[in-house]
Design a protein around this ligand. Structure first.
Ligand code: KIV
Ligand code: NA
Length: 243
């Protein structure tokens, strides 16, 4: 699974053959608008939309209504909600209308402040047990998969072993059923905090800035555009025009 937030990044996921495309709310903006763009670009991956903070905490009726918008208006195929047992009933309501739900426990970025920032979760026996119970409640509520974020490797392994549904890890070690990364982080495009568990497969940040600088310089010095970037006109037509 990999995130995408707009048409070009969705096309990257499409072309790479990655199976699931998550419109992550690490984006934190106009989610429906971005989902529509991603759906145009990523045709083959299964499309999951992060429900934004505030769109599912005020009761099941509200949550179901908002989940439906992602399916009907934004062409998504599933939604993702952050939280454990406290949102199990809400998830049950969403799955009961036929919308697949992906869960998300451990470090849940929407609650980063009450979790004490971006830091490891489930790292005491008591916290790990609570996490396992949360994951089981989500499974019971009908989730088809659960993201495990920023938890010790063995807690993720044990949780995965004790669930029937697949887990997708981010900062949770190698023993989860699948992995997820934020596309711009793994490409090395920095516009947000990059956690230690994100491997950078490229440093596109420098490449992009260098490209933009070259463009700017070439425009200022008249190097770009050249004849090859221009449209031709028949000599005879040009003469008539100049006359
Ligand atoms: O918001 C996001 O991109 C996510 C992934 C890190 C799982 O939730
Ligand atoms: Na998210």
């Amino acid at each position: 699974m990999l995130t995408a937030t707009n048409y070009p990044s969705a096309v990257f996921v499409e072309k790479s053959g990655i199976e699931i495309c998550l419109v992550g709310d690490s984006l934190a903006m106009e989610m429906l608008h971005h989902c529509k763009a991603v759906a145009r670009g990523a045709k083959s991956p299964f499309l999951v939309a992060d429900m934004p903070f505030g769109s599912y905490e005020m009761g099941s009726v509200d949550a179901v209504k908002n989940a439906i918008r992602f399916i009907k208006e934004a062409n998504m195929e599933a939604v993702k909600l952050e939280g454990g047992i406290e949102i199990a009933e809400t998830i049950q309501k969403i799955t009961s209308v036929g919308i697949p739900v992906m869960g998300h426990v451990g470090l849940t970025p929407q609650r980063r402040t009450s979790l004490g920032g971006f830091r490891v979760q489930g790292n005491t026996a008591k916290k790990a047990l609570k996490l396992l119970e949360d994951a089981k409640a989500l499974q019971e509520a009908g989730c088809f998969a659960i993201v495990l974020e920023a938890i010790p490797e063995m807690v993720a392994a044990y949780t995965t072993k004790n669930l029937k549904i697949p887990t997708i890890g981010i900062g949770a070690g190698v023993h989860t059923s699948g992995q997820v990364l934020v596309q711009q982080d793994m490409l090395g495009i920095f516009d947000r905090f990059v956690p230690r568990f994100c491997k950078q497969y490229a440093s596109l940040d420098n490449t992009i800035v260098e490209a933009l600088r070259s463009y700017r310089d070439e425009v200022k010095t008249g190097v770009f555009p050249t004849k090859s970037h221009c449209y031709p006109m028949a000599e005879i037509e040009l003469e008539k025009f100049i006359e």
